[in-house]
Write a protein that binds this ligand. Sequence first.
Ligand code: HEM
Length: 121
Amino acid sequence: MESVTIYQRIGGEAAVAGVVDQFYERVLADPQLAGYFADSDLAGLKRHQRAFVGQALGSGKPYSGRAMRQAHSGLGVRSEDFDRVIGHLAGALEQAGVDGATVASIAEALAPLKPDIVAQP
Ligand code: HEM
């Protein structure tokens, strides 16, 4: 039997869409982060984020947006901003009923992206 991916376990496409909506609500309500998104096309960003997060969780569907280094270059993202974003994603996943161990493994899976996303001094 094939193993069940996190994507399937949490409820597939609909669950990921809900998590991404909730994630951006939290990010945009955070005064430390909102400014980064002032010029962003939020609908497009959510579409890419759904595909990216879905793929990271095992959707099996491709992510065709920009690479993480390219998407975040020039934004000047700081280390503590990255940690807050991961914190908001974890909060959104928990709110969607994802168990703590799964949330922790998702956060761990994203941690290696930090050097691509955070601006180098
Ligand atoms: C693991 C953490 C993160 C992931 C997985 C992630 C993922 C993504 C994805 C998939 C996109 C869309 C790329 C595209 O449009 O082709 C994006 C864009 C963006 N991200 Fe992130 N991101 C992360 C962390 C952050 C952080 C920490 C910030 C700022 C505090 C940030 C700010 C932005 C902004 C402003 C854009 C839009 C850029 C634009 O409109 O040109 N991201 N991110």
